[in-house]
Design a protein around this ligand. Structure first.
Ligand SMILES: NC(=O)c1ccc[n+]([C@@H]2O[C@H](COP(=O)([O-])OP(=O)(O)OC[C@H]3O[C@@H](n4cnc5c(N)ncnc54)[C@H](O)[C@@H]3O)[C@@H](O)[C@H]2O)c1
Ligand SMILES: *[C@@H]1O[C@H](CO)[C@@H](O)[C@H](O)[C@H]1NC(C)=O
Ligand SMILES: *[C@@H]1O[C@H](CO)[C@@H](O)[C@H](O)[C@H]1NC(C)=O
Length: 431
């Protein structure tokens, strides 16, 4: 499972074009014959006379996807249908975006396990090691979940998917995540979290029937707030990063699509999710890697030497929250792109309600790995991270039956066991 390194990555930050010849209707077969003869001659002409040096395509391999759309065709449609087929009596049919991601993989597997129809969508971009996304894909494939390779900002692809499958629900998890990377590549946040979200909602509002949508916002919308615990009714107007600002914008965009088109929309504010198959750009993950390598780790502290703390939430608890949100989502009320009545609009915190200082996280990892960390204490830079997060989850508890059950010690034990097995083939025992 861990050795799928040969498969090429296909950064999907670019829109794929796909012609729709089959939409054109021909009234005479003579016209048809003439047309295809011309197409054939044209192809021969292009094939023989195009000089390779005049190619307008840049050498950048990540742009090759423009020429070879990786979706479409009858085999592809068959896989899409089969993956999305509902297999239990009251099952739902869910399009999961970001399904090769950390949360998306776990949610897709859980839905499939209980008999729902699940179709994945992911662009396999290289924000972090795409071979990990490929390994998650292989895992899902074995449970019967097919992941369509494509971008959420590709409207032709999304329309095609809704043409093939009348999804009842969309679990929208695809996004550009990460707080610090926003200073390096701000455009990727606009592309996925703003343009991609709007594109998805545009297609959903026009779909018949309109699906109910559950999507991932973030605890980062609480930004520089100091009142704890963070509650859904608190103001969220001081984001500390572009990432947070795009998630906040997403919540406002959701309000608009609910208001104008009657889309049922539920936003989930996840609080620092961790666990097996997690994200290599998150602290618990790269601390583990660096501690094992004997490399020093940077631990940030807030003003006045106060400890930075996070409300770490175990992946299985988050998955239960996502399923709870899907199961309590009411139907969208619009049709044909028109609103017919008021629709559900919700926002929930999904956290663990017990913030743990990052120094304590490191101590737990040291015990599990049986290696002493080389700690490098540094001041928290002002590049997006906030000093403290703490979720008030009583609303999710009341409405979704959400109740986290895994503490950081127990959850990290499961993460470390997975990590050692995945990266070292279990050569080091986690106890
Ligand atoms: N993990 C956390 O702690 C956390 C906390 C708060 C919010 N969230 C949110 O939860 C969601 C899932 O997060 P995750 O931790 O699984 O992240 P992830 O990066 O592992 O998963 C996101 C997936 O979406 C895909 N993707 C990105 N842009 C895309 C696009 N334009 N088109 C198609 N696919 C695209 C990526 O390839 C990736 O596989 C995200 O929306 C994230 O912002 C996560
Ligand atoms: C998203 O798609 C739209 C419509 O196809 C396109 O105009 C836009 O440039 C894309 N946006 C981004 C940020 O990629
Ligand atoms: C938590 O949120 C609920 C609303 O969902 C609110 O009634 C309650 O006062 C909040 N609790 C705290 C401690 O802020």
């Amino acid at each position: 499972m861990s050795h799928l390194d040969d498969i090429p990555s296909t950064p999907g930050k670019f829109k794929m074009e796909k012609p729709y010849f089959h939409r054109i209707r021909w009234h005479s077969s003579l016209a048809k014959l003439t047309f295809w003869s011309l197409v054939f001659l044209g192809m021969i002409f292009i094939f023989f006379f195009r000089s390779p040096s005049s190619s307008p395509l840049p050498a950048d391999p990540s742009r090759r996807s423009l020429r070879t759309p990786s979706w479409g065709g009858s085999d592809w449609e068959k896989k899409v249908r089969s993956s999305a087929r509902v297999r239990s009596r009251n099952g739902i049919s869910v399009l999961v975006t970001g399904s090769a991601g950390f949360v998306g993989t776990h949610v897709s597997a859980a839905l499939k396990r209980r008999g729902d129809g699940v179709l994945g969508l992911d662009n396999f971009n290289d924000y972090y090691d795409p071979s990990l996304k490929r390994a998650r894909q292989a895992l899902l494939e074995r449970t019967g979940v097919f992941i369509v390779e494509g971008d959420i900002n590709d409207s032709a692809l999304l329309m095609k998917l809704f043409e093939v499958v009348p999804f009842t629900h969309v679990m929208h998890l695809a996004a550009q995540a990460g707080v610090r990377y926003a200073m390096e590549n701000p455009g990727s946040y606009v592309h996925s979290n703003i343009a991609g979200l709007v594109n998805l909602l545009e297609v959903c509002k026009s779909a018949n029937p309109q699906p109910a949508i559950v999507w991932a916002s973030s605890s980062s919308v609480y930004g520089l707030n100091t009142k704890v615990p963070f509650s859904e009714r608190d103001r969220t107007d001081q984001p500390a990063s572009l990432y947070a600002a795009t998630k906040k914008a997403g919540e406002e965009i959701a309000h608009t699509y609910n208001h104008i088109y009657g889309l049922s929309l539920t936003g989930l504010r996840f609080f620092t999710v961790y666990g097996p198959w997690g994200r290599p750009d998150m602290a618990y993950f790269f601390f583990t890697r660096d501690i094992l390598k004997g490399k020093p780790i940077s631990i940030f502290e807030a003003a006045n030497h106060a400890s930075v703390a996070r409300d770490f939430t175990y992946i299985d608890d988050i998955v239960r929250g996502c399923l709870g949100a899907l199961d309590t989502a009411e139907k969208s009320t619009g049709s044909g792109g028109k609103k017919r009545g008021p629709a559900q609009l919700r926002v929930f915190n999904l956290g663990n309600t017990s913030p743990v200082p990052v120094t304590e996280l490191v101590s737990i990892l040291e015990r599990l790995l049986k290696v002493k960390a080389k700690r490098n204490i540094m001041k928290l830079p002002r590049n997006g991270d906030v000093p403290y997060t703490h979720a008030n989850i009583s609303f999710a508890q009341a409405e979704l039956g959400y109740k986290p059950t895994t503490d950081l010690q127990a959850g990290l034990k499961k993460f470390v066991r997975w990590y050692l097995n995945y990266y070292t083939g279990g050569k080091k025992a986690a106890e």
